[in-house]
Write a protein that binds this ligand. Structure first.
Ligand code: KIV
Ligand code: ZN
Length: 522
């Protein structure tokens, strides 16, 4: 390992692989590319783009990212199986700096119940497939899955064997979030003692899950114990309780540089835009008290704290919100702002629309500025959310009209454009949103259940933009939709259309007939 890697922590982002495994996240190929470009701006060292054998869509996403995102190492995941390794290589072979990431369960409980193999066979599979990966690619990572519940002696023998077969990074996976910092540190110490190449010619990595709420604590403890690569996801998304939240790991290392004496390549001002983008695309909102990027993370409510802050910021703030990309100024643009002003504000917020996109966005911005006196940063984020397509839209909303009230049966009339034709339907419902959804269902005709409905006000005030997030279910799959408007019924219609269009795009439904479908009561 070079001198720089000793004082440098490599950030391995797996938002598009482990993060995408979270129940209820379904990203399109285009959306994955949008996230990948933002992760490149953030400065991650390694970007795990997906698990190519898992689906044709994942393969395509990894392939596209490999061609277009050139700064980070692009990793593709593979089980220790020849066909997986071959498929992973096929997907990343055009990347500037490709990595094949091979994993295999190492714990007794996994070997017995999942693999039904003895230790020697597990070791053989790992060695064979690391060496197969090595034939394709110099950069190979091996992860013993469930490493923290694996017999440490056997774990070390396995690690030595894969290193001999060519692994350049070994990743100690706390797959089920079982580790406690002190005991994780002991395990990492033991591994480095028993396998001398680790920490020298081979990078020691950790991958912590959050089942006990300790993923970030374990990752930081691991860094102190010699790990030089940390894996995790933006906003801590991922299987079950998620992965280590990268924004927390990164700011932990930066804020306590007195303790760690280490650096990352991350442009921390891109953390907030990246978090917002991932939250928008996955539909997993960030809780207000979430460290680093939650809406309350830098808000001080208590009088004593406010007083202290006014006297000297560092009394109650250990980080500057600007350093994580949370900009102080809220009221920036208005009716008279020009396209250039809009563009530079969007860039500051982490959005880089093309010239063509900017023309469309500017039109929507002007419409919004006509309705609202002041267009805030949060309004702009909502507007960008509305604009982002990420897939071909089968239907677009032309018109929505609702009548409702305490003595009325809520009734909606909706017109949608499908190809060159405009279709109109009316329906009643338990409330105005239900009526809108029923009318849309009559036109679109895709069986689905509306399983989640959230509305939140983007900013304060009576003229605020309302942002609606909807999740619809078809069989076992879930699809997210967003919509924003000053009128929440219109926002709801947009969100529902967004979810249905996503469903149609991802399921490739071409033959759809009008049906009556169930939507949950609001
Ligand atoms: O949690 C885990 O063990 C994994 C591996 C594939 C690294 O995600
Ligand atoms: Zn994992």
């Amino acid at each position: 390992m070079s001198k720089t890697s000793q004082d440098h922590i490599e950030i391995f982002d797996t938002t598009l692989r482990d993060g995408e495994q979270s129940a209820g996240t379904a990203m399109t190929v285009e959306e994955k590319l949008v996230v990948a470009r933002q992760l490149e701006r953030l400065g991650v060292d390694i970007l795990e783009a997906g698990f190519p054998i898992s689906s044709p869509g994942d393969f395509e996403a990894v392939q596209n990212i490999s061609k277009e995102v050139t700064t980070p190492v692009i990793a593709a995941l593979a089980r220790a199986v020849a066909s997986d390794v071959d498929r992973a290589w096929e997907a990343i072979k055009e990347a500037k700096r490709p990595r094949i990431h091979v994993f295999l369960s190492s714990s007794e409980v996994h070997a017995l119940h999942l693999l039904r193999k003895d230790r020697d066979s597990v070791m053989q599979m790992a060695v064979n497939n690391v060496s197969r990966a090595k034939d394709y690619c110099e950069n190979v990572e091996f992860s013993p899955m469930d490493a923290t519940r694996t017999d440490p002696e056997y774990l070390c023998q396995l690690l030595q064997a894969v290193i001999d077969a060519g692994a350049t990074t070994v990743n100690i996976a706390d797959t089920v979030g079982y580790a406690i910092p002190s005991d994780f540190v002991k395990l990492l110490g033991f591994i480095q003692e028993q396998v001398p190449a680790i920490g020298k010619s081979v990078v020691l990595s950790v991958h912590c899950h959050n089942d006990l709420g300790l993923a970030v604590a374990n990752s930081l403890a691991a860094v102190e114990a010699g790990a030089r690569q940390v894996e995790g996801c933006i906003n801590g998304i991922g299987e079950r309780a998620g992965n280590a939240a990268l924004e927390e790991v990164i700011m932990g290392i930066q804020t306590r540089k007195d303790l760690f004496g280490l650096k990352t390549n991350i442009d921390t001002t891109q953390l907030y835009p990246t978090s917002t983008l991932v939250s928008d695309i996955t539909g997993f909102s960030v809780q207000p008290n979430k460290a680093i990027i939650g809406s309350n993370a830098f808000r001080h409510a208590s009088g004593i704290h406010q007083d202290g802050l006014l006297k000297e910021r560092s009394t109650y703030e250990i980080m500057n919100p600007n350093d994580v990309g949370i900009l102080g100024s809220e009221l920036v643009l208005g009716k008279l702002s020009g396209r250039h002003g809009l563009q530079s504000r969007l860039n500051e917020l982490g959005y880089y629309p093309t010239d063509q996109e900017l023309i469309r966005i500017f039109e929507s911005f002007k419409e919004l500025a006509d309705k609202k006196r002041e267009v805030t940063d949060r309004d702009l984020v909502a507007l960008m959310n509305n604009q982002r397509k990420g897939f071909e839209e089968a239907y677009t909303l032309e018109h929505v009209q609702v009548s409702c009230g305490d003595h009325e049966v809520p009734t909606a009339t909706v017109s949608l454009k499908h190809g060159e034709t405009i279709k109109t339907e009316a329906a009643t419902g338990t409330g105005p949103v239900d009526a809108v959804c029923q009318a849309i269902n009559r036109i679109v005709g895709v069986p689905n259940v509306l399983s989640e409905f959230h509305v939140r006000s983007v900013t304060q005030g009576i003229d605020a933009v309302g942002e609606v997030t909807i999740r619809v279910k078809k069989d076992t799959d879930q699809y997210i939709g967003h919509g924003a408007d000053t009128d929440i019924i219109v926002a709801s219609a947009k969100a529902y259309m967004n979810a249905l269009n996503r469903l149609i795009a991802l399921e490739d439904i071409s033959d759809i007939k009008p049906i009556k479908t169930a939507t949950k009561k609001q």
